[in-house]
Design a binder for this molecule. Structure first.
Ligand code: FDA
Length: 304
């Protein structure tokens, strides 16, 4: 129930405006968001790189409503890809299609993301297209296929274990050598398209993770679920999966202890680092995943 509440709140415009402008809101969000500026996110990436952990940088913002906003969002990515190259960071970028105009002009979104992938290609980097609500799954998968046909190995997307269709998408994309990040899924979906029970999502995640690990395509296992991570480690220890056939991916500010432990064990680990003034929907989805975070954040707020 709390999950639905926070997901509903993530779309509340009034509370969003109030929170993004308030000093308290910014302070609370700093647990999961690496700052408001490009310089701050680059510093955060440098810091995780020093611990042997890779990064993927996300300029927060979604559901833009004009071409000018979409192009302004894209300009930040141009800056990020260039800075990653210039500073030699072990990092790439993650981008949301709704931030690039997908909701009102899919051709514009594709043109913009194609420009990013071309830039990443020239810089020897990679663009990950995040996955949003299920109304965009097919369009996102299809766009990724078109871009990957042009720039193989430079673009990949995200698949969500809560969707029934994902098993087919895994086969479809790995069949073309396209890199996938597997996550459980963070949006509100109906039982018509997604498993309603968490136990079924977790079971599907494990099945798909093992399939990806054996696919020959380098993929990202994005989860903080220790039971699932342990299952993957057991596969490696048993010699059924090569340690370098995949990487673990986690969110900035979540289970830092586990991130470091896995990196120390020689696993590839990548942290998803979001930044920017439009942090509100992202932050609310993190609370939806773990409502206990509200108590944790409130305690820290009054500590200093
Ligand atoms: P689960 O929710 O079962 O949590 C397992 C355990 O992890 C919890 O018991 C807790 O200990 C810890 N944990 C999980 N979330 C936490 C939080 N917010 N704060 C503190 N502890 C937490 N989704 C999507 O729909 N599209 C996308 O593109 C992406 N991209 C993405 C990238 C990366 C790198 C990650 C890690 C995740 C995503 N997600 C995503 C989000 C994903 O779908 C999912 O909502 C979260 O990862 C939470 O699910 P877990 O797999 O961690 O398991």
């Amino acid at each position: 129930m709390l999950r639905s509440f926070f997901i509903a709140m993530s779309r509340n415009k009034g509370f969003r405006q109030f929170s993004e402008r308030s000093a308290v809101g910014r302070k609370l969000s700093s647990r999961f968001v690496a700052g408001m500026t490009v310089e701050e996110v680059l510093a955060a990436a440098e810091a995780v790189n020093r611990e042997g952990i890779a990064a993927t940088l996300d300029s927060l913002g979604e559901s833009v409503t004009s071409a000018a906003q979409a192009r302004a969002s894209a300009a930040i990515y141009t800056q990020l890809i260039e800075a990653i190259r210039a500073r030699g960071l072990n990092a790439n970028v993650s981008v949301k299609l709704s931030q690039m105009g997908m909701e009102f002009d899919p051709a514009l979104a594709e043109e913009i993301v194609a420009g990013m992938v071309a830039q990443a290609d020239a810089a020897g980097s990679f663009v990950r297209i995040d996955m949003e609500g299920s109304e965009y799954t097919e369009a996102t998968v299809a766009m990724t296929e078109r871009l990957a046909a042009h720039w193989p190995g430079r673009v990949g997307t995200v698949l969500q274990a809560y969707l029934y269709r994902t098993a087919e998408d895994v086969a479809r994309l790995t069949g073309q050598g396209i890199r996938i990040r597997l996550c459980k899924g963070a949006y509100k979906e109906s039982a018509e398209v997604a498993f309603p029970l968490k136990a079924d999502v977790d079971k599907n995640y494990v099945e798909l993770m093992l399939r990806l690990a054996g696919s020959g395509v380098f993929c990202g296992m994005a989860t903080h679920d220790e039971a699932i991570i342990d299952r993957m480690r057991a596969e490696v220890v048993a010699g059924r999966v090569a340690r370098d056939a995949f990487e673990f991916q986690m969110l900035y500010g979540v289970r830092r202890d586990l991130q470091r432990k896995l990196a120390a064990e020689g696993y590839g680990v990548r942290v998803y680092i979001p930044f920017g003034t439009e942090w509100y929907p992202y932050f609310m989805r993190r609370l939806a995943e773990r409502p206990a975070n509200v108590l944790f954040l409130a305690k820290n707020l009054f500590k200093n």
